[in-house]
Write a protein that binds this ligand. Structure first.
Ligand code: NAP
Length: 291
């Protein structure tokens, strides 16, 4: 029988720990941590993610500011808004919710964020520090997955971790973290992508399999070793007549057939999505404390 890795339980734990720390900081006369989020346009999924982030800030006692722009905002206007947040002493960290409209260069926007306020961990300076093992902001999804593995006492040392997907925000930083020396690292990592040959065979040799492909129910039972740990990063909105919203979330893993083979598996929803938000709060606390 598999064990479910409960993202909700972990994220509540992390939030309680952060809330305690905020109380301590404030009781000693310190400043309340403040996270800002920029949202461009009205994409449904982005709206939902940003709303959860803002709500989570309230839960832990952070201040939060949501800055909305019309999808027609020019790149220069958005860069000016980022400059203002960089200069604002009250803001400890901020995020620009991706994806952005096509006429805005995401790379330019990421580069414009002050690396000391880059709580998404996307700036090259933070990615470089991560690669060298220097304390830095770590992209929230991989950081949340590391918290999951730690809190469920899942050993990574000497294990074969296979990651499917090499994005800059999930797969690649995940591979760096798991291959680092020390606790929650020391794994032998294989990073797979669309040009990988024998993907099924490689996935089958994984002690820990992380799916970040962006393809609904891509990972099937025949790709998973008996007793493996499976982490599903995928998030797909699919229409459903069984929910009030008219849609439901599905992952990159075909849960029903994969779960019986696993020792541990994350559900979607209720898995990685929630720990990602908790990890963003951890990064914001780190920003506030290291100012
Ligand atoms: P992405 O930028 O969409 O990239 C997908 C990766 O998967 C690429 O590296 C691609 O290879 C690889 N890939 C695509 N098809 C493949 C195939 N047939 N075989 C092997 N590899 C294949 O990835 P992402 O931004 O990391 O997103 C992945 C998923 O995670 C999406 O569903 C996204 O919504 C979700 N997500 C969830 C969270 C969360 O908080 N839960 C956070 C971020 C993302 P190439 O590089 O060769 O193209």
């Amino acid at each position: 029988m598999y064990n479910l890795i409960e993202g909700k339980k972990i994220s509540e734990q992390i939030k309680d720990e952060i809330a305690d720390e905020v109380k301590k900081i404030v009781s000693k006369g310190g400043k309340t941590p403040h996270l800002a989020a920029i949202l461009v346009g009205t994409d449904g999924a982005s709206e939902t993610y940003v709303a959860s982030k803002v709500k989570s800030c309230e839960q832990v006692g952070f201040n939060s500011t949501l800055i909305r722009f019309d999808e027609n905002i020019s790149e220069n206007e958005l860069l000016r808004a980022i400059h203002d947040l960089n200069e604002d002493d009250d803001i400890d960290g901020f995020i620009v919710q991706l994806p952005l409209p096509k006429h805005i260069s995401e790379d330019k926007i990421i580069m414009a964020v002050d690396p000391n306020k880059d709580v998404d961990g996307f700036h090259p300076q933070n990615v470089g520090k991560l690669a060298l093992g220097i304390p830095s902001f770590i992209s929230a999804t991989p950081l949340g997955i590391i918290e999951m593995l730690k809190r469920y006492n899942i050993e990574t040392s000497g294990k074969h971790c296979v990651i499917i997907g090499r994005s800059n925000i999930v797969g690649r930083p995940m591979s760096i973290l798991l291959s680092q020396k020390g606790s929650s690292g020391d794994a032998t990592v294989t990073l797979c992508h669309s040009k990988t040959k024998n993907l099924k065979e490689i996935a089958n040799s994984a002690d820990i399999l992380i799916a970040a492909i962006g393809s609904k129910e891509f990972v099937t039972a025949d790709m998973v070793k008996e007793g493996a740990v499976v982490i599903d990063v995928g998030m797909h909105r699919t229409e459903s007549d069984k929910t009030k919203s008219g849609w439901k979330l599905t992952g990159d893993v075909k849960f029903d057939e994969v779960a019986p083979k696993c020792s541990f598996i994350t559900p979607v929803p209720g898995g990685v999505g929630l720990t990602t938000i908790a990890a963003l709060l951890l990064n914001t606390l780190f920003a506030a404390k290291n100012k």
